[in-house]
Design a protein around this ligand. Structure first.
Ligand code: HEM
Length: 461
């Protein structure tokens, strides 16, 4: 059977790769205009072109059809960050088992328990911001989300180790700060250790220090097991495979790093965008405040989680600039038909979340922030997919949404903020994600108890 790749591979692969790294939004907007719902193109230093799909039917097929797998080997880009044994790199039955093991920690009762922790951390971090001085929203949101993930994943109790880990993890995340520093993740040739003044050398040193801390924590827990612990590290250490073997130190370290990194950068960016849109559009702020201040005084985290307008604001935030622009790659073992193209075996296909979310046929005036669209109609999981889908659906999806809503509610009820950006903030690459350029500037006008009700609420939430 003749195989046919979708169009789009004309031109120099290296130039296209640089385009993708330097300005991914322009890259995707350009090629979708030229080629439409499905195109092939070069990214990530991969030798063969990747196929970008942004039609819901195509997305559904690659995420749910047995013809497509979600190979761990396609996620090699993560290895410098999280090693060879993290969930990103697993596939087949081992991948399924790992998801089953980790899933309960991110759902149901367990998540409810994190509510108190999330609001306490938000309160603490926000109370340290000086009034009337400009601050960068993304830095503050990162501090909140990093605190949350370290406490949830680790349940770490030793303060010195906690502070060191926090400092090192924020430092390591700096590698993705700009498109230029992000290139170190994409091009192996740049991954040269030239000592502590070079970006890669600094990165390696930080990673080594983080490893030391993680291995210390693991060793101490092996020596002094405490069955009353409920954190995710404890769960992973207690797990056994069919032969009765537990995870090795190296496996535990890789998985911890994967969860820490996947869990804080993404959520911090999403919360920053949400605060930006809420303060940029006064009518959105008004509606949201009305909803929040109308909650009963004894409302808890789950009541906040179920608020319809807050939910719509978070969905619209994740639609307009999805933090993850693409799903992880999927691959077909055999030749397969995808939207009229007969793909050769082992083609790399990605769901293009950004382009799907910008389709005018689904989201009229797609470049405008309109939470109401999520109240007016339901979107299928292949039309709205900020957390991907199928075999690799984001493991932290419920936690991320819960965290976003609780943190936003706490901040809005307690703090009067002023957006000090004169011009619209655009999205730009931050490592593997899409983040607000410049991080968004705001000032804190007041920490207040605007209404008696909001004061009562902010104590419960
Ligand atoms: C707003 C925040 C977040 C967004 C937008 C997001 C988005 C995504 C996306 C798009 C994927 C790939 C899905 C696919 O290929 O189908 C993914 C995978 C993943 N996410 Fe998230 N994520 C977020 C927060 C989190 C959090 C808080 C955690 C955990 C603490 C987490 C852990 C993971 C893991 C472990 C995977 C890989 C799953 C697998 O390989 O089976 N994420 N996420």
């Amino acid at each position: 059977m003749n195989t046919i790749l979708p169009p789009g591979t004309k031109g120099f692969p290296l130039l296209k790769q640089i385009h993708w790294i330097a300005d991914p939004l322009h890259y995707m907007d350009t090629y979708v205009q030229e080629y439409g719902d499905i195109f092939s193109n070069y990214i990530l230093g991969s030798e063969k072109p990747w196929i970008f799909v942004s039609h819901p039917q195509g997305i559904q097929k690659i995420l749910t059809d047995d013809a497509f797998e979600a190979p761990g080997s396609a996620n090699k880009i993560f290895t410098p960050l999280t090693g060879e044994n993290s969930i990103f790199m697993l596939e087949g039955n081992r991948h399924k088992r790992e998801r089953k093991l980790l899933m309960p920690s991110f759902h149901g009762e367990r998540m409810r328990e994190y509510g108190q922790l999330i609001t306490e951390i938000t309160q603490k971090v926000m109370s340290q911001i000086p009034r009337h001085q400009t601050f960068i929203v993304r830095d503050i949101m990162q501090e909140i989300s990093l605190d949350i993930i370290i406490r949830v994943v680790f349940g770490i109790s030793e303060p010195e180790r906690y502070y060191q880990l926090k400092r090192l993890l924020s430092g390591m995340a700096e590698i993705g700060k700009s498109p230029l520093t992000s290139s170190f993740l994409f091009f192996k040739i740049l991954q040269q250790d030239l000592g502590s003044w070079s970006p890669w050398g600094t990165f390696l040193k930080q990673r080594q220090q983080i490893d030391q801390l993680l291995y210390q924590e693991i060793q101490e827990r092996r020596e002094n097991p405490d069955e009353s612990r409920t954190d995710i590290l404890h769960l992973m250490m207690a797990a056994r495979d069919e032969e009765g073997n537990g995870m090795t130190d190296q496996e535990l370290r890789d998985e911890l790093l994967a969860l820490l990194l996947a869990g804080h950068e993404t959520t911090a960016t999403a919360m920053s965008w949400a605060l930006y849109w809420i303060h940029r559009q006064p009518e959105v702020y008004e509606k949201l405040m009305q909803e929040l201040t109308n909650l009963p005084a004894d409302a808890d985290g789950m009541d906040i989680f179920h608020l319809p307008y807050l939910t719509a604001v978070c969905q619209e935030t994740l639609r307009i600039y999805p933090v993850a622009m693409l799903t992880f790659p999927r691959m077909n073992k055999e030749s397969v038909d995808l939207m009229g193209y007969q793909l050769p075996p082992e083609s790399m296909v990605v769901g293009c979340i950004y382009l799907t979310h910008r389709r005018e046929d689904l989201y009229p005036q797609a470049d405008q922030f309109k939470p109401e669209r999520f109240l007016e109609r339901k979107f299928s999981p292949y039309e709205f997919l900020p957390f991907g889908g199928g075999a690799r659906l984001c493991l932290g999806m419920a936690l991320a949404q819960y965290e976003m809503k609780l943190v936003l509610a706490k901040i809005l009820l307690n703090c009067e903020l002023n957006l000090t950006e004169k011009y619209p903030v655009k999205g730009r690459r931050r490592g593997l994600t899409l983040a607000p350029k410049g991080g968004i500037k705001m000032t804190l006008l007041n920490q207040h108890s605007q209404l008696q009700k909001s004061a009562e609420l902010s104590r419960t939430v």
